[in-house]
Design a binder for this molecule. Structure first.
Ligand code: CA
Length: 667
């Protein structure tokens, strides 16, 4: 999904591209011939022989390094002239260890010296990331870091993913958290809402999610780190320095070690609580065009262009990167490897992943699995605009079967359950709109081939695009677009809040019992809203921050979500790993009325203790009478209540499924 921030930038970019860039188009094909460099010592390395700089810029005519004593507002204390080396590198060294110093590069091309840049591989920086910093990364490791690791999981389908923004999660006064909107918020134990209920990390454990997915936490452009006394909110889909954390989430952006140390402390605290950390990564575009760190180090190379020389714009943000070129591919692969190694990151979510090519994504998955087999990768299997990259090479949802070890978001199940994302008034299966039944079934089988699912009736995709359920992320809302709460309010005209909470329960019950991996937006478990704002990328905290008093007010809703997650985690039948298992173990019932989907998971699927699980979803406003096979069943969910240990037992036969509810039976 796209951030409107970027669309404005795109219009400006289209009108302002420079003649210099136009001249480079003739080079578009020759970019493929530029030398590449695979080493991990790019830009800065400190060892016993001194401090070594190495910038990749094959077409530069000269490169210099500026050394500074402070992170801003001072003249260089020293300038080094770099020397051309092989593989497109420029090198300079000094015999001292320059710890505590800052540096930038100036590259000269076509007789013109470009503006200063911290480079593309800065691993530490000062305020606003303008000057890279020389620090000893070992000194940023928290106590016990060498033994730190995230949860071990066999398959992504064992994960329950919780998507959060730092300020949403801890920014509201009701969070009871000291370090509001900071990395350190997720290190504070025993924090409470005004009503005495758990917030912060304790809340996550109580809810039972396995992984948090943090919105962009690399150094992004939009928040001015020099003026944090002014509240500033941004989602952060505007990358500046890819390989170091965002300064505004630290307690001291001017101290290059603080953001690194504090982010590691956050990760360690989550790991200690048994929770993994997924990072949202945005390699598909940069915040700036000609002024980006890519453009200031190797102009032209890292981006795709149109025939007229302007930046192509599949991101809707004014540019798109060129993952098919060797050095850009190396950059993406080495960058995620760095986050996995240095920060112990457990998963990556690729923004607008289809701007990247499938070969790059396959390399990403392969290399990460070598570091830690529990790491998983998923992304948005679409672009925000057209791209020069041929469709068959794009890491699209429809191409996911070519990408082993990569999962994509299912917009199929999302829109089928709640109604179309871009039309606020549109309803879906869970809110009484007929015609979405087959797409809900597509969601249940995780877009894999199933003999009883007719893909020609699918709303979005017309074929079984996933080779396995491990390739699908199921969700009904995320940071983009209306929250589920707001979507229900805008589409269920004349409804009460109780009606809408009931619909939310049905919607999430479908998501969490479907094959694939469930994903939820932070705060939906307490029925948070965003006051109807769909694109809240820079809305104030008053729109975005979760009011934790809702946890008390909507205690039953929270209890339902917690039980739903428990149900999924206790029962492998909801977490099958192959398309064959799904086709063999899931049997749909013939249903003659709209807004009902009924199916059975049989054969102690995936080693489940339950031989058979019967699930009937009724999205209509009238009761549905189901025929359930004779015998004794444990009632797991009924009429808006859910308990994995059983609510009751019933005999089979004719059973009523209340309007807008799920009936789940097991034996
Ligand atoms: Ca920043």
């Amino acid at each position: 999904m796209q951030k409107k921030l970027c669309l404005a930038a795109a219009l400006i970019a289209a009108s302002l591209f420079s003649p210099g860039l136009r001249a480079q188009t003739t080079m578009e094909s020759s970019y493929e011939n530029w030398p590449s460099y695979q080493g991990d010592d790019l830009e800065l390395k400190v060892d016993n022989s001194g401090t070594h700089f190495a910038l990749w810029s094959p077409k530069a005519e000269a490169v210099k390094v500026n050394i500074y004593a402070t992170d801003r507002n001072t003249a260089p204390v020293r300038t080094l002239t770099m020397t051309r080396d092989k593989d497109g590198l420029w090198r300079a060294s000094v015999p001292e260890k320059l710890y505590g110093k800052f540096y930038t590069f100036n590259v000269t091309v076509n007789g013109r010296e470009l503006a200063e840049t911290p480079g593309v591989w800065a691993k530490a920086a000062g305020t606003n990331g303008m000057r890279a910093a020389v620090i000893d990364l070992d000194t940023t490791d928290p106590e016990g870091w060498d033994k730190d690791h995230g949860p071990k999981i066999d398959n992504i389908t064992d994960a329950v993913i919780y998507e959060m923004h730092h300020r949403d999660f801890s920014g509201h006064p009701s969070s009871g958290i000291v370090h509001k909107g900071k990395f350190l918020a997720l290190t504070e134990p025993e924090t409470k809402s005004p009503e005495g209920l758990k917030t912060g990390i304790g809340h996550l454990n109580e809810l039972g999610v396995t992984h948090v997915h943090i919105l962009p936490s690399y150094d992004y452009n939009s928040v001015d780190e020099e003026n944090l006394q002014i509240p500033q909110y941004n989602w952060g889909y505007d990358p500046f320095n890819y390989n170091l954390p965002e300064g505004s989430y630290s307690t001291d952006p001017a101290n290059p070690s603080a953001r690194i140390k504090e982010m590691k402390e956050m990760i360690k605290a989550l790991h200690d609580a048994g929770i993994g950390v997924v990072m949202d990564v945005v390699y598909n575009h940069t915040a700036n065009n000609d002024d980006s760190n890519f453009s200031l180090t190797a102009p032209g190379y890292y981006y795709r262009h149109r025939a007229d020389g302007s930046y192509s714009d599949a991101s809707g943000c004014g540019n798109e990167t060129a993952s098919e070129r060797e050095q850009m591919r190396n950059f993406i692969v080495n960058s995620v490897k760095y986050w996995a190694d240095e920060y112990h990151i457990d998963g990556f979510r690729f923004d607008l992943m289809a701007i990247h090519d499938t070969e790059t994504m396959n390399r990403v998955a392969e290399e990460l699995k070598k570091i830690n087999p529990s790491i998983f990768v998923y992304g948005e299997g679409w672009t925000a605009g057209d791209s020069p990259l041929p469709v068959e090479r794009r890491a699209l949802k429809e191409n996911v079967s070519k990408m082993k070890g990569i999962a994509v978001f299912s917009d199929d199940i999302r829109d089928a359950i709640k109604g179309h994302y871009s039309n606020a008034a549109d309803r879906g299966f869970a809110t009484g709109k007929p015609g979405n039944e087959e797409t809900v079934k597509i969601g249940i089988v995780a877009s894999t081939a199933h003999p009883q699912v007719d893909y020609s009736k699918g709303n979005n995709s017309k074929f079984a695009y996933a080779a396995a359920p491990t390739q699908i992320i199921n969700y009904v809302s995320c940071h983009d677009d209306l929250t589920l709460t707001d979507k229900l309010a805008k589409s269920m005209t004349g409804s009460t809040e109780a009606d809408r909470q009931r619909a939310a329960r049905l919607a999430q019950t479908i998501v969490f019992t479907s094959q694939g991996t469930p994903f939820m937006f932070a705060g939906e478990e307490v029925f948070r809203d965003k006051k109807g704002v769909h694109n809240s990328y820079k809305s104030p905290d008053s729109i975005n921050a979760i009011d934790w008093s809702l946890k008390s007010r909507n205690a039953e809703q929270f209890g339902y979500y917690r039980n739903l997650i428990k149900l999924r985690r206790e029962h492998p039948a909801f977490r099958m790993t192959t398309a064959e298992d799904i086709a063999r173990n899931i049997v749909f019932d013939k249903v003659k009325v709209p807004n009902v989907v009924s199916y059975t998971i049989r054969n102690n699927a995936n080693g489940d203790e339950w031989r058979e699980i019967k699930l009937i979803f009724n999205g209509a406003d009238t009761p549905y009478t189901a025929s359930v096979p004779k015998g004794t069943w444990t009632v797991i969910a009924r009429d808006g209540q859910l308990d994995p240990d059983g609510l009751d037992t019933v005999k089979g036969g004719k059973l009523e499924v209340a309007p807008v509810s799920a009936l789940i039976l097991a034996r």
